[in-house]
Design a protein around this ligand. Structure first.
Ligand code: PXG
Length: 309
């Protein structure tokens, strides 16, 4: 992006040599993996996607990701020409063909090629893409020392426009938030909804630890993507005996929080130690954040659908 600072995303990306990409039932090279300029995914952002991780030869929460993909498609009346079982198998096979143990998988289903009008009925059939690559979102120093973030001026879409629970190919709201973060010299920004409640980051969910030691994350009805990592962290924390609440909170609650962290498939758990220049928890990652990072890491390494068996 012109004028923007480069960050350290996708540093682990494969060079593409020998990469095998699933495209509409066939596996092809990076060079061959091309879709039409008439695809409504390209023309209108008409489609859905998922970002999934594999750890240690196992796909993490595959069923949950596919469930969300199919729910997003259902809302958009978008046909996925594979059953969920077939999609699961295609996902496993894509990781296998790329011989990966740890991977970041991008599944995309778009409306497919049509004419230049909006009408999805004129599209000939969905385009399905599965890419298995590597990803490293933030440099290790941010996991060790925490991230500085700002709050974004761009607000969350309300559920009567484009429902935030749909993981659609229209990510412009999120991209505007990301641009704001970059312009402010930080790596991410926190989004508020129209009522001023904290909802999420540009591509991640948000948690705080309040002064009572409770772990709080915004409820789904405020307008968030129901993150797979978010749900996993809530479950793992509850098992640890931590009080976990889905409750609305404001920018002020964020500023005075004892701890704060972000969750996402790509980011995993990353501590936040400054918001709009206000230090969170003394400006260092808090004990609950560190504990949950460790528990999540162990859990992710030892669970999931085996790729090679
Ligand atoms: N909220 C939003 C808006 C997201 O896009 C999450 C929360 C976290 O959900 P999971 O299920 O992953 O725990 C996401 C997912 C990126 C990037 O480059 C991030 C996502 C998707 C695509 C790219 O940061 N986030």
């Amino acid at each position: 992006m012109k004028g923007g600072k480069s960050d350290n995303r996708y540093t682990g990306s494969l060079t593409g040599i020998g990469m095998q990409i699933y495209l509409n039932g066939k596996y092809c090279s990076r060079e061959e993996a091309k879709v039409s300029v008439f695809d409504h995914g390209f023309l209108y952002g008409d489609g859905v996607f998922e970002g999934i991780r594999a750890y240690n030869g196992r796909i993490f929460k595959l069923e949950e990701h596919l469930q969300r993909l199919y729910e997003s498609a259902h809302h958009l009346l978008l046909d996925i020409p594979l059953s969920m079982e077939e999609m699961a198998e295609a996902t496993l096979e894509t990781v296998r063909r790329n011989n990966l143990q740890d991977a970041y998988i991008r599944t995309v289903v778009s409306r497919g090629p049509g004419d230049l009008g909006l009408d999805p009925q004129k599209c000939s059939g969905s385009t399905v893409v599965i890419i298995a690559d590597k990803i490293s979102l933030y440099a290790q120093e941010y996991y060790d020392h925490g991230l500085s973030v700002t709050t974004a001026v761009t607000r969350q879409r309300n559920a009567n426009t484009l429902e935030p629970r749909i993981k659609s190919l229209n990510y412009l709201n999120n991209i505007l938030v990301k641009i704001e973060a970059t312009q402010a010299g930080v790596l991410d920004a926190i989004v508020l909804n129209e009522q001023g409640y904290v909802v999420e980051g540009s591509g991640c969910n948000v948690f705080i630890v309040n002064k009572y030691g409770e772990l709080i994350t915004p409820p789904i009805y405020l307008g968030i993507l129901e993150g797979v990592t978010r749900n996993t962290v809530m479950e793992l924390a509850a098992k640890e005996g931590i009080t976990v609440k889905e409750a609305p909170f404001t920018r002020h609650d964020l500023y005075i929080a004892g701890e704060c962290f972000l969750t996402g498939t790509a980011a995993e758990l990353v501590p936040v130690t400054s918001v709009d220049g206000r230090a969170i928890g003394g400006g260092v990652p808090g004990p609950m954040t560190k504990k949950l990072m460790e528990i999540f890491h162990n859990y992710a390494q030892n669970t999931g659908t085996p790729v090679y068996s």
